[in-house]
Design a protein around this ligand. Structure first.
Ligand SMILES: Nc1ncnc2c1ncn2[C@@H]1O[C@H](COP(=O)(O)OP(=O)(O)OP(=O)(O)O)[C@@H](O)[C@H]1O
Ligand SMILES: [Mg+2]
Length: 452
């Protein structure tokens, strides 16, 4: 069972890690692909604008051909005069901007920010000669090749055209701003869904493992409980069986005092079993919240003194002592007397049960009161509890393993009873303990309020 559990956990963990890795690499590929696509689209947009502009390249804008064949014979001067107007002169910055915006819209990148420059280009030096139209931040953004993508489109006069050697070469450059994050952003819903589903899977896995662990622990606790119960019942059953056997003996049958001695043992053991059955029944009642509290004004100091007196014999056996420090100025609370004394009884019972073997047991009971609260502290110098135990002592059936080690038996119900009762009275209980040093249980009760 334990094996299967571990195997399942490991298998699921491995496949989870695998799935996460695959998802990450899949996402990464998707981003790269998307980046490529965006690059392509930017190039496409630039091509659209470039192709459009090129149509005007080398055309004479305002000069009409006269049809006079002489007009085709330029000398140097006329050729300078007739030099086709550059695109930069023909189009305003706003017009070029408009063209680029439309092109970006066509390739579905309407939200892309960009800067542009239209410049004359010197083929001899292979460099930009003079910027004609330039957007505001082009120069700055052009430098940033980490975030931005630069693309250029050469605008040379069509070869064979009249103006081939006359028109100045030009170039259109655009800078697409933050294009990578643009690519990632367009994937954000897909990335988000992937992340959300991964988180859901991990959470579900975590919850499953936690539930399985809890179930396992619960199983162990139930097992412990059954073992304890069997043990608790075995002793009286064995004793009764011995007593009955003894009574079958002829000699004993003759002796009335012996008969009454053995039958009193049987009676006692019977009562003991009865008490145990009661405890278990009470626990299941508590679980179903079926307890009626019979609330009355109650003087706490009196109850505590009475309960401690009942422990006199047990304390004497253990060479222990109980010290009472009942300082509360006001010791009147509203409580069910039976349950309240049971609860104090349980705390002292634990202090006696979980004492150290070679050290004389010292129990100290303190009460204090404030405006609204009465506080009872039960302190012992016993074996104390580990952090894990402190966290869980109030759970039903929980018993620290040292409890078994010292062969102290119990059902692990005492403190869960205490907690239920204290809370039923509107109070609170907490514990402070150091392993090997001792424990302190602190119970707060609201003080009795006279009803107006
Ligand atoms: N004063 C204490 N010092 C050290 N350990 C304690 C003390 N009180 C309780 N514990 C630990 O807490 C566990 C739960 O206590 P709880 O009273 O609920 O059950 P129990 O004493 O084992 O059984 P029972 O139902 O008979 O009271 C104990 O088994 C013990 O390990
Ligand atoms: Mg107990």
């Amino acid at each position: 069972m334990k094996r299967i559990f571990t195997v399942i956990t490991i298998l699921i963990s491995i496949s989870l890690i695998g799935i996460i890795f695959i998802q990450i690499s899949w996402l990464r590929n998707m981003i790269i692909l998307q980046e490529d696509q965006v690059t392509d689209k930017i190039q496409q947009a630039l091509n659209i604008v470039g192709d459009d502009l090129r149509q005007y390249k080398g055309n004479y804008m305002s000069l009409n051909r006269t049809g006079n064949p002489n007009a085709l014979m330029f000398d140097d001067l006329t050729s300078e005069f007739l030099k086709p107007v550059t695109l930069g002169k023909r189009f305003s910055g706003a017009e070029i901007d408009q063209k680029i915006r439309e092109a970006f819209k066509k390739v579905k990148l309407e939200k892309m920010n960009y800067e542009f420059m239209l410049a004359t280009f010197s083929p001899r030096t292979d460099a930009v000669a003079r910027a004609e139209r330039i957007s505001k931040n082009f120069a700055r953004e052009f430098e940033d090749s980490v975030n931005n993508l630069q693309r250029s489109y050469p605008l040379f006069a069509p070869s064979g055209s009249a103006a081939e050697n006359l028109a100045e070469d030009e170039v259109l450059s655009i800078v697409a701003l933050n294009w990578k994050s643009f690519a990632v952003k367009s994937l954000k819903y897909r990335i988000l869904t992937a992340v959300i589903f991964t988180i859901i899977i991990i959470t579900a896995f975590y919850l499953t493992v936690r539930t399985m662990l809890r179930q396992k622990k619960l199983g162990e606790i139930k097992n412990d409980f059954i073992n304890n119960m069997t043990h608790e019942f075995k002793t009286p059953i064995a004793t009764i069986s011995l007593a009955v056997d003894a009574m079958k003996n002829e000699k004993v049958l003759q002796d009335r005092t012996k008969i009454s001695y053995f039958s009193s043992i049987i009676k006692e053991e019977n009562q003991r079993m009865n008490r145990q059955v009661e405890t278990i029944l009470k626990a299941s009642q508590l679980e179903r919240q079926e307890v009626d509290l019979n609330m009355q004004p109650l003087h706490v100091h009196k109850v505590i003194t009475d309960v401690v007196e009942n422990f006199a014999l047990q304390l004497h056996e253990k060479q222990g002592s109980a010290e009472l420090s009942l300082q509360a100025a006001n010791d009147l609370i509203n409580a069910d007397e039976v349950h309240f004394s049971n609860l104090i009884n349980n705390l002292i019972d634990n202090a006696v049960k979980y004492s150290k073997e070679n050290v004389p047991l010292k129990i100290k009971l303190t009460t204090t009161s404030s405006d609204k609260l009465l506080t009872i502290r039960v302190e012992d110098n016993g074996i104390g509890m580990s952090k894990e135990t402190i966290k869980r002592v109030f759970e039903r059936f929980y018993r620290a393993h040292t409890g078994n080690l010292h062969n102290v038996k119990g059902f692990g119900l005492g403190l869960s009873y205490v907690k239920t009762m204290v809370e039923g009275h509107g109070g609170a209980v907490r514990v402070d303990s150091v392993l090997g040093r001792g424990s302190i249980f602190i119970v707060d009760f609201p003080l009795y309020k006279e009803k107006a």
